[in-house]
Ligand binder design. Structure first.
Ligand code: MTE
Ligand code: MO
Length: 192
């Protein structure tokens, strides 16, 4: 299995890619709101989140702007763990994640959508640690989502809310010409 999807090049640094706003979210102020089509809507505090089972995983990171970073060592909580906690209803088929950053030019918060089936894969984490260090603020610390099998914009930095929905709803980049499905192995970058 090749490690590099078509059209990608490998970088050894870790570029910062976002809307240019890096919100300061302390662990004390951090909340993760879980809402929508779930049996147990709830808001996690940092202590609640850190008390959930933690996993280590090494995975690749593919940005649609053509850089890939291999073998990132993450620690965090599986999205699936969170899903088990809130119990999605049978009709929940998509998740919409929201970050704490707001695009200065449009006033729109960062959001991204993905199928629930892709979010519950083993390697999708709400990560708080990268290479044994707290996730740096510019990379979405204290907590971000990662979606190693999809382009990296599907992983929300400074994640603050996850909504479970029955219908697909385009997020920030998906409404601006990027692909809804975002599959690196299919060179699936733009909406068609
Ligand atoms: N909240 C938020 N999450 C975001 C973004 C953003 O602008 N805001 N940018 C996305 C994009 S396009 C990419 S490639 C990755 C970049 O993560 P990095 O800056 O840690 O490399 O975060 C994704 N998640
Ligand atoms: Mo990106």
């Amino acid at each position: 299995m090749p490690q590099l999807p078509v059209g990608q090049r490998v970088v050894s640094n870790w570029p910062v890619l976002d809307l240019g706003v890096h919100p300061e979210v302390t662990c004390g102020a951090w909340r993760l709101e879980l809402r929508g089509l779930i049996d147990n809507p709830l808001t996690l505090t940092w202590d609640d989140f850190m008390a959930l089972p933690q996993v280590d995983d090494v995975s690749d990171f593919h940005c649609v702007t053509t850089w890939s970073r291999f073998d990132n060592r993450w620690r965090g909580v599986r999205f699936r763990q969170i899903a088990e906690l809130v119990v999605p209803r049978p009709d929940a088929a998509f998740v919409i994640c929201t970050g704490a950053d707001v695009d200065p030019s449009s006033g729109t918060p960062y959001t991204t959508n993905l199928p629930l089936a892709r979010a519950v894969e083993d390697d999708v984490l709400l990560a708080h640690t990268w290479e044994e260090q707290p996730l740096p603020r510019e990379h979405g610390g204290p907590c971000r989502m990662i979606t190693p099998k999809l382009y990296a914009w599907k992983g929300t930095k400074w994640i603050r809310a996850i909504e479970f929905a029955d219908a697909d709803r385009k997020g920030f980049w998906e409404s601006r010409g990027y692909s809804d499905t975002a599959e690196p192995w299919r060179n699936d970058r733009f909406s068609r």
